[in-house]
Every structure is written in C-alpha cells, then in structure tokens.
Design a protein around this ligand. Structure first.
Ligand SMILES: Nc1ncnc2c1ncn2[C@@H]1O[C@H](COP(=O)(O)OP(=O)(O)O)[C@@H](O)[C@H]1O
Ligand SMILES: [Mg+2]
Length: 362
C-alpha cells in the first residue's frame, strides 16, 4: 500500500496509522517511513532502526491501550544505503563494487540523480515484497513537491542510465576520450593541482565500473516499476481538504489511471469540523449564538471566541465544498475523512485517534 500525495498532507502520519491499525487487526505489517517528524520517530523507536525492518515492541502500543494482535515492523528509509545495497547486489565482483562505492562521482550521483530518493523507496518496497515475509507493506513516499515525481522515478532513472549523456561518457572515443584532448586535459590538470581532486580519474573509473552493470540496473528498475502496477499494490491518495492539494489529488488520480496503476481510495486528512452549535435549537450563525452563551462567563473574551467559532464554521464549510468537488470529479471513490486535531500527530495516542477514524468509517 503506497501512501502518496502532495507535500505535508499527512502521508507519513497515515502510513504509520494504517500500519498500526492493520497490525492491531492481526496482520504482520512492515511500514517503510521516509521522513517522520522527530517526535513521531521517537515514539515508535524508529531512530534506532537501520535500513532493514525491525519489529516495534508491542509494549510501546500497549502502554496507550493499543493491542497488536499481529506484528508491526518498521524501518526508516536510508536512500543512500538502499542505493549502495543495490550496487552491492548488482556488481559483478567485489572489486567493481568497491570501485563504485568509494567513488566520489557515485557518492554525488547516488544522492543527486533526480528521483533517487523516490527510486530507492520503491526499490526497498520491491526487496521487502520479494522476501515475502509480510502480509502488508505500507510505503510512505518522499516529501516531493509533486506526487508525480514518485511515479516517474524508475523511468527517470532508467532514462538516465540509457540516455545519451551516459552513452557519450561510455563511448571509447567519446566524451572520456575528448576529456583527454588538449584543452580540457589542461583544465582538469589545473583543477587537480588546485583542488587535489582528480576528477578525470574519478569519472573514468566510475563509468568503466558502472558500464558492466547498466543492463542489470535497467532490468531491475523495470521490475521495480512493474511492482507499482501489480494488482497486489494499492495506491492511497492522501490529501488535505484545501484547494491546491485537492487539485493535485485529482491530477495524481488521473495519472495513476493513465499509468494503469491500482488506485485504492482517498484519505482526506485534517478536515475542519464545525462546532456543534445547533443543540440549543438556535439556527442563527455560530457567532451570534456563541456570543450570547459565552459573554456572561467570559466577558470580553467572548467576542473573540465567537469570532473563532464562526471562522471554524466557515473553514468547515469550505473544506466540505472541496471534498464534495473531489468526490464529484473522481466519481465517488472510496474516501475516508480524518479530522484536524488540535495537536500534531506525534505519538501512539495521536496515531490511535487517526486509526479510529480510518477504521470507524471503513
Ligand atoms: N489530522 C491531523 N491533525 C493535526 N495534525 C496532523 C494531522 N495529520 C497530520 N498532522 C501533522 O501534520 C504534519 C505533517 O504530517 P506528515 O504526515 O509528516 O505529512 P507528509 O508526510 O505528507 O509530509 C505533522 O506534523 C503531523 O503531525
Ligand atoms: Mg512525510
């Protein structure tokens, strides 16, 4: 299950709450988190985790009244480490492996290639899936500006390895050869003397070592991409009920469909809920009612409380309208709503609240 969506809408929170809920229900679950807030990571003991899933002690949940019938395993993704592991697996021999891993160009590239964080997230998903040890794997997605970055990642990386840029480097008499031409040769020589970094040597070692692995790398990226369209995969689009994330969710949903990837449903997170004012039978605006009821008790503060209540009513109406629009455009998809909490969701108790909303309406 892939939790995707715009930045900051609650993907990491949902991934954790869903994994916890499924584990509570008896499944053996792994959650791959990417950028949990520090306090959430602490609450789950994620900080002590490496790049392999480890079981979270059930006591952490029991202390907050959450009983896990199943097991919850978690890892915090280390993109660089995941990339390194991939090289280790694909390298034909130990020497090539070490050459690549210790190479300065590789060190830069493995972090900087556009989408490498996204790619390593999917690569990790692929490995966990191939090991076949879990009933459910929940994948948080990186904090990209655009959710689409995630879908494009394998293709973009494959494109890089098959692309012209790399071919030019790898051709015997290509760029590498030309680098040795007089002008550039001198430039690199100066650079080496000034910086102490032999860029040319780094470049040629890197590309020579990598050239033998490109075929396997591309095959791997293809398989990783295929897992995303596997019927066993489900994309959950997480969004907030604000205008921009809703539009992005609609766009992302369309892209998912076009790419033939399985869409499972939507979670609308941080929904404003109007205060319950109608209990008194007064149908007047929130502001009028609140002001009347509270003024005696609160004096001057009452006006501000009333204004605040009126604002909340307006926000709730706006959110409801955005969600109605979302439902209409997507043809009434499976959709769960999680209200905005006063506090961040940074501990097991917060997750338990979120989970209650996810399961209550499921
Ligand atoms: N329903 C909610 N109510 C209040 N705060 C929330 C809610 N859901 C998430 N948050 C908070 O919003 C922030 C962003 O959530 P996060 O899950 O990290 O988003 P993303 O992974 O999409 O960037 C976090 O501080 C989180 O605790
Ligand atoms: Mg996140």
């Amino acid at each position: 299950m892939v939790c995707a969506g715009a930045g900051g809408v609650g993907k990491t929170t949902m991934a954790a709450a869903l994994a916890m809920g499924a584990a509570a229900g008896g499944a053996k679950v792994a959650v791959v988190t990417i950028d949990p807030a520090r306090r959430l990571a602490e609450a789950l003991g994620l900080e002590e985790l490496g790049n392999e899933p480890r079981r979270i002690a059930p006591e952490r949940f029991a202390a907050h009244g959450v009983v896990l019938e199943g097991e919850l395993w978690a890892l915090m993704l280390d993109p660089k480490r995941t990339f390194d592991e991939l090289i280790e697996r694909l390298a034909p021999d130990a020497r090539t492996r070490d050459e690549v891993l210790s190479n300065r160009i590789y060190a830069q590239l493995s972090q900087a290639v556009a989408g490498s964080q996204e790619f390593s997230a999917i690569a990790k998903l692929y490995e966990l899936h191939a090991e076949g040890d879990f009933d459910l794997i929940v994948l948080d997605t990186p904090p990209s500006r655009n959710a689409l970055d995630f879908l494009d990642a394998p293709e973009r990386l494959t494109g890089f390895f098959q692309g012209r840029a790399l071919k030019v480097f790898l051709r015997p008499a290509g760029f590498g050869g030309r680098l040795l031409g007089r002008g550039t040769g001198v430039a690199f020589g100066v650079l080496r003397r000034v910086t102490g970094v032999d860029l040319l040597e780094d470049l040629s070692v890197f590309f020579r070592a990598l050239s033998g692995m490109i075929g396997d790398f591309v095959t791997r990226a293809d398989r990783v991409a295929a897992l995303l369209s596997d019927p066993g995969t489900t994309f959950l689009i997480v969004t907030s009920p604000r205008h921009d994330p809703v539009e992005e969710a609609i766009f992302f949903h369309r892209k998912l469909r076009e790419a033939g990837m399985p869409f499972g449903g939507l979670v609308v997170n941080r929904m404003h809920v109007a205060p319950e004012l109608e209990r008194s039978g007064d149908e007047a605006s929130g502001r009028g009612r609140c002001a009347g009821e509270l003024s005696a008790a609160l004096g001057g503060l009452a006006g501000r409380v009333a204004t605040s209540a009126a604002e909340l009513v307006a926000l709730a109406a706006r959110d409801a309208a955005n969600v109605a629009h979302l439902r209409a455009v997507l043809g009434d998809p499976p959709l769960l709503v999680v209200p905005e909490r006063q506090d961040d969701v940074h501990d097991v108790e917060g997750l338990a609240h979120v989970r209650a909303h996810l399961w209550e309406e499921a």
